[in-house]
Design a protein around this ligand. Structure first.
Ligand code: IMP
Ligand code: MG
Length: 185
């Protein structure tokens, strides 16, 4: 789906499909170099990171394995405990593995900080992060993102996996929603 298909809901495009593709290719080339011979495990956080994982895993030039985790975080802004619950766990044993977490976007950083700690606690040999997008102005917890895509302003975005109320995940670029979409709900 393209912006033209939902243009009544979209304020403006923030990251085009071409920009997404070129950034993923650039990071994939770097990761291929850094992880050659290491058989890394790509861990994607459901559901938002799926689009990035699929494109990224095809763009790397080394063998990788993939796995998924579904997390729910409580206290976004209000309770702000950074408490995270695992809704669906990995199927892989991460002990001794080189893990690259694939994320759609880092906001407060709480989910990611928790996940990095958890995978280290489980005995991973290394844990690094690739996030396609980041909102630095929203950061509450320091997270070391080795492979960072685009920094964006503090605006709510959808597309390329990112949703608003489970909608717009299948948009092929990243866009800012019109406020009327939220006000209508
Ligand atoms: P954090 O723990 O606050 O960093 O939460 C990050 C998660 O919040 C992301 O993985 C997304 O699922 C969600 N999120 C944060 N900002 C946006 C946005 O602008 N659009 C859609 N989802 C977002
Ligand atoms: Mg996410």
């Amino acid at each position: 789906m393209r912006i033209a298909d939902v243009k009544e809901d979209i304020d403006h495009e923030l990251v085009s499909k071409a920009q997404i593709d070129s950034k993923i290719r650039e990071i994939a080339a770097q990761v291929s170099e850094d992880y050659r011979g290491k058989n890394p495990l790509l861990v994607a956080v459901l559901k938002g990171a799926v689009n990035t994982l699929v494109e990224f895993s095809q763009a790397v030039s080394i063998p990788v394995q993939i796995d998924f985790m579904s997390l729910s975080s409580y206290g976004s802004g209000t309770v702000s405990s950074g408490q995270v619950t695992v809704r669906q766990d990995l199927s892989a044993d991460v002990r001794g593995r080189h893990i690259l977490i694939v994320e759609d976007i880092i906001d407060s950083g709480r989910t990611l900080a928790w996940l990095v700690d958890e995978l280290k606690r489980r005995g991973a040999a290394s844990v690094e992060v690739f996030a396609l997008l980041s909102k630095p102005s929203r950061r509450e917890v320091e997270v070391d993102v080795k492979y960072a895509g685009y920094e964006i302003p503090d605006e709510f975005v959808v597309g390329f996996g990112l949703d608003y109320d489970e909608r717009y995940r299948n948009l092929d670029s990243i866009a800012v929603l019109k406020p009327s979409v939220y006000q209508g709900e």
